[in-house]
Design a protein around this ligand. Sequence first.
Ligand SMILES: CC(C)(COP(=O)(O)OP(=O)(O)OC[C@H]1O[C@@H](n2cnc3c(N)ncnc32)[C@H](O)[C@@H]1OP(=O)(O)O)[C@@H](O)C(=O)NCCC(=O)NCCS
Length: 198
Amino acid sequence: MTPARRAWSATRARLTTTPITLRLARSDDVPLLEALIPLSARALQAATYSPAQIEGALGTVFAVDRQLIADETYFVAERDSEMVACGGWSRRKTLFGGDRGRSPLGDSLLDPNADAARIRAFFVHPAYARRGIGRLMMSACERAAAGDGFRALELVATLAGEPLYAAFAFQVVERYDVALANGLSLPVVRMAKALAPR
Ligand SMILES: CC(C)(COP(=O)(O)OP(=O)(O)OC[C@H]1O[C@@H](n2cnc3c(N)ncnc32)[C@H](O)[C@@H]1OP(=O)(O)O)[C@@H](O)C(=O)NCCC(=O)NCCS
């Protein structure tokens, strides 16, 4: 085996065997999250939205929500200490979007006995797409929301996100368009599911 082939074999073995770990996001992750979100959106939404729609949504619809980090309901997925994805859930009313322009009403707390917890802001690094990281984060969110007493989940999905949530048995509630700051609109889908009783 040549040295180059041996080096590639070692790299490939590391790529396939190094585990992905989840941890709660911290406020000092924000700069990395702000880099990861556009990278993910521009690559993984290219089949469902135009570049102008994606750019119009970045910074507002696709953006960091520091409240989730403060609430300790936002996860970061890492491999070898490198951030490869983020996503979380929420016990607050807001359904989507970053810090900018959120209404105080959106910050109000949900009632686990009457309301559905939110699933929020999943973004996977394009190099790690379709390796089960979305699934890993969804399972962690479902467990955490159920542990908080919630009996249902709700979310507003991008068209790129819809297949992941459908795989978790979310049902479509409605399809609608979100108005973007650049005058365009973004088709999204509101989805919901009941959580199995614990
Ligand atoms: C949506 C997203 C988070 C999915 O993450 P992921 O790590 O690639 O998803 P997973 O590998 O865990 O996929 C789990 C299942 O979801 C479904 N799925 C995910 N991506 C899919 C795709 N592009 N096409 C079809 N099905 C898909 C499949 O059922 C998949 O299971 P399988 O691979 O065994 O068939 C990722 O594509 C992403 O970051 N997209 C850009 C940002 C975005 O739009 N986020 C959603 C915000 S609501």
